[in-house]
Design a protein around this ligand. Structure first.
Ligand code: GDP
Length: 612
């Protein structure tokens, strides 16, 4: 989103300056001169710089069949056309937007690209053998003459098979993967999904699949524990099919490799599969530029100061380069690899431990290397200012408003959505209707569609994938809502499919009207029920969150699913009718027109208010 596709970045050979000289842009140039520009300009700005009447430009373009105004932002083609017409040469200069290097998309000259090793993360359900597999790979001695074990200190390392390298990131579990992605860092090219052959697909298996899908990363299945008597690889493959992981032998694109991590059986087969998949991906990078990459982990070493494991993702990091990491800078004073060997340089996909940073960065921070210390310092300072500003004006990461604003700028390509519904059938229906909304410009990407309440795991996935969560007849509990607020994840709740569709369509068109939204006032849990003739069921409740008001709208929920919506009939504390009851107090209440409450049901009070 909003990426500058023309970013060139500092190249070692050309030594492009990263300094932006805004003043140069403003000075007028003479006819016959070269008009050097750096970004799209409005008609008025172009007219001023070229020193020609703006009406001449508008008239000329009108004759060319282009309707523009003085405020129209002209693209490169229009700028070029105008320059030629009015007797200027023109040249677009690419400015390195060094202070926001996370945002840029490297667009190297294809002739400079060289193959790079794939970066692999191992995921899977607990106890299915991730750690055992990681150890088996770490300790495997595939290359003759490879000396020494791998230092435990580095959470990433490379292995070589048939002359090709593979980079493994070692932090098992999904949190590392999710945490990185939620910070915008995508480091993994391939996910190896470990599934125990005697246990099959389990909740965290599905979670891992969701994460891989959301990241758009291919999945290789390692069917583990094949040495066990109960091993049933076919069952695993069948179960995976309902999660869109289709084995090659079943006509799909996912390679499944049967292994035993414990007995170290067929580890080579798995590595060969990784090479195969990486070759299909054609992973490439430009080793001739200054390095760009991501911090995998970092700590403060008592003797050596900040010590970080960096993954070089593009370019080459050389010992002595200056690094901007997060909002600090430093020098790559010493670099070592997983065998504690000192390296002079690290090429793309190489993990290295670096000493010499001024602060301990965070895992997931991006870094960029520079040749010049003052430049690195200046950029780090700028980034600090930007960060402080951002924290001050923190807004949600992914929200319909964002979609709306980005759509207005014509700037969005993809909207990730998580659907939670009251049944699998309606989840599928909502998913299908949403995916149909995809256009050439905006792809609607449903990364999870399941039945059940909205949970914290949904919020984490949403946060990692910048997704919006849509609840269809289901709700989050108070804890999940708090988590969503903390992670700045937007949860939208709907009861009617077409209302949901309309909302997204409107946002996609950049026409989101101010809407009426629901504000939850509080929740109460039903602890005891009393049947009273004439009155009906009185629910003895504990208000667990916020406040329950006698005139508010309510919904009754059972295990996160909405059972009934309506109004309260009465609200009492002890024997008295009251207007409201706050969290921490008990109350008795009836629901108008409904008597089938159960103990443990949740009553949620809400109001409809106009969104600002
Ligand atoms: P993790 O939670 O996914 O990291 O799983 P572990 O690697 O800790 O493995 C869980 C248990 O399964 C341990 O007792 C391992 O020894 C065992 N295990 C792992 N791989 C295999 C295997 O290939 N065969 C057998 N029989 N046991 C295995």
């Amino acid at each position: 989103m909003g990426k500058n596709k023309n970013f060139k970045g500092p190249q070692r050979e050309t030594n492009v300056s990263t300094k932006v000289n805004a003043d140069k842009m403003k000075s007028k140039i003479n006819k016959g001169g070269v008009f050097v520009y750096t970004k799209a300009l409005s008609t008025a700005e172009l007219a001023e710089t070229l020193n020609i009447p703006v009406s001449d430009i508008i008239k000329f373009l009108f004759m060319q069949g282009k309707m523009i105004t003085i405020n129209t932002i002209l693209d490169d083609e229009l700028i070029g056309t105008v320059c030629l017409q009015f007797g200027f040469d023109f040249q677009k200069k690419h400015i390195v937007e060094a202070e926001n290097f996370e945002e840029v998309e490297i667009n190297d000259d294809p002739s400079k690209l060289k193959e790079r090793p794939p970066v692999v993360t191992i995921m899977g359900h607990v106890d299915h053998g991730k750690t055992t597999l990681i150890d088996a790979i770490r300790n495997s001695n595939l290359v003759a003459g490879e000396v020494g074990g791998i230092s435990q200190e580095i959470g990433a390392y490379q292995k070589e098979i048939n002359g090709k390298k593979i980079t493994f990131i070692d932090t098992p579990g999904h949190e590392a993967f999710t945490a990185m992605r939620s910070r915008g860092a995508s480091v993994t090219d391939i996910v190896v999904l470990v599934v125990a052959a005697d246990d099959g697909v389990m909740p965290q298996t599905i979670e891992a699949i969701d994460h891989a899908k959301a990241a758009g990363v291919p999945v290789i299945v390692a069917i583990n524990k094949m040495d066990k008597p109960g091993a049933d690889p076919d069952r695993v493959k069948t179960e995976l099919m309902s999660h869109d992981i289709i084995a090659e032998e079943y006509g799909g694109s996912n390679i499944c490799v049967e292994i035993s991590a414990k007995k170290k059986n067929n580890i080579e087969g798995l590595l060969e599969a990784i090479i195969l998949v990486s070759e299909m991906q054609e992973l490439k990078a430009n080793p001739d530029r200054y390095a760009l990459g991501t911090v995998l982990e970092a700590k403060l070493d008592k003797n050596e100061g900040p010590k970080a494991t960096l993954l070089v993702q593009n370019g080459t990091l050389k010992s002595g380069d200056f690094l901007v990491v997060g909002t600090s800078y430093g020098k790559a004073r010493r670099m070592t690899n997983e065998h504690n060997k000192v390296l002079k340089e690290a090429t793309p996909s190489t993990p290295v431990v670096v000493i010499g940073l001024s602060e301990v960065p965070e895992a997931g921070d991006r870094f960029m290397a520079f040749s010049d210390e003052s430049e690195a310092r200046e950029i780090a300072n700028k980034r600090r200012l930007i960060k402080e500003n951002k924290t001050r004006n923190a807004t949600s990461a992914a929200s319909l408003d964002d979609l709306f604003n980005l759509a207005k700028e014509g700037n969005i390509q993809r909207l990730n959505i998580i659907v939670k519904a009251d049944s699998t059938g309606s989840a599928e229906a909502v998913k299908a209707s949403l995916e149909k909304l995809s256009t050439d410009d905006i792809k609607i990407n449903v990364i999870r569609a399941t039945s059940g309440a909205i949970t914290q795991s949904d919020v984490l996935l949403a946060s990692a994938s910048h997704a919006i969560i849509y609840g269809f007849n289901v709700r989050p509990d108070a804890l999940t809502r708090a988590k969503a607020a903390e992670e700045k994840v937007e949860i939208r709740l709907h009861r009617i499919i077409y209302a949901l569709i309309e909302e997204i369509q409107a946002a996609m068109k950049g026409m989101l009207a101010p809407t009426m939204v629901e504000k939850i006032t509080g929740q109460a849990e039903i602890r005891k029920l009393f049947k009273v003739s004439k009155i009906g069921t009185i629910a003895g409740c504990m208000v667990t969150d916020g406040v329950i008001k006698n005139n508010s709208l309510i919904r009754l929920m059972r295990e996160g699913v909405v059972i009934y919506e309506g109004k309260l009939g009465s609200l009492q504390r002890e024997k008295d009718s009251v207007k409201e009851v706050k969290a921490g107090f008990e109350c008795g209440l009836t629901i108008e027109g409904y008597n089938d409450e159960k103990e443990g049901d949740i009553i949620e009070g809400y109001e409809i208010v106009e969104e600002k």
